[in-house]
Design a protein around this ligand. Sequence first.
Ligand code: MN
Length: 438
Amino acid sequence: MITAVIDETHAPDRTSWVPGADGHADFPIQNLPLGVFSREGESPRGGIAIGDSILDLAALTRSSLLEGEAMVAASAACAPTLNAMLALGAGPRRALRRRVSALLCTGAPERGEVEPLLVPMAGATMHLPAHVGDYTDFYVGIHHATNIGALFRPDNPLLPNYKHVPIGYHGRASTIRPSGTPVIRPQGQTKAPGADAPSFGPIARLDYELELGVWLATGNDLGAPIPISEATDHVAGLTLLNDWSARDVQAWEYQPLGPFLAKNFLTTVSPWIVTMEALAPFRRPQPPRPEDDPRPLPYLWDEADQREGALSLDLEVFLSSAAMRERHIAPLRLSCGPASAMYWTIAQMVAHHASNGCQMQTGDLLGSGTISGPEDGTQGSLMEITRGGKQPVELPSGETRTFLEDGDELSLAGHFHAEGAVSIGFGACRGVVAPART
Ligand code: MN
């Protein structure tokens, strides 16, 4: 594994000449996440977020400001997806980061040449950063697995394989969309408890799942596993991911083969890839396993991964109803808490996924599974917060919710904090629920 490298790009005293970048909650100069944007009438292309602006990488390649590996990376990012750039791996990505950081930092002599290459974020449309070939959703949030397991199987919440094998299922890549995409209420087959027969129609129990998304930079050959010691090197970076879920469909369909139509109608991601380079100051030791827990098999165990495989990350979820937005009432924070309850690390997910020789590819997306803490106020889905719909949440407008209603806006936020480091974030991951199309 490449040990997380902290360099001048992370220096807490580094500031930027770009207005609004210093002190920006998500995109100060220490972040520099990668995305794909367009403006009206233009084709989508790669960009780097800085404050409330986007540095146009295609325009940057036409300047004389880049050379070497940084130029290779930026040139590969001129396309409507970042797959070609991600496939280059960490070296060129880091070279571009260092060069862009130098160009954007206070006092940079190139400021006059770089300023015209900035695009206001407000006027830009964000796209998916990469073409997703395959999407897999894991289940590494152990408190979520226990809470949900208890609702579906009160006598048997955490199945015996959970602490031995990172559980996941193959999701649907075609329905992954960037933040802001409407959440069309799906129709589905459900069977109410006590009903004689199932019925079909707009689903009633629309829920969200607060997750991390992991973008793969490089894959492996078919049949050639990725050793856990190299797994992190295959990761480009992270996003927020909302695995919208139809709980009533899920309850009826999930046995014996797991999630299907309850999950594949939409998955929303924050459009910026926060790179592994940017995350270096926020890597933490994986919390030790309780003494009674089994030690993972050797193919899932790496000392370096245990030393720095967790993240110093705080996650939040906000809900606002249409009535709240109309009355200018601030969104209700449904939950907040540290992302420390991931039972398996990102490297363990990647190594396990490829352990049977499954081919991983550039642009593959992995979901972490819902991240919940153990206490009230830290749970990452309404299913948990409302105890399966039994305890409604009261909104500041006086309305109540058990699950999401049409017009509701749900947004996720995540920020990395560490002593001696400037905090960085993911940007928006939101969606408004639209009525079913019957
Ligand atoms: Mn999920």
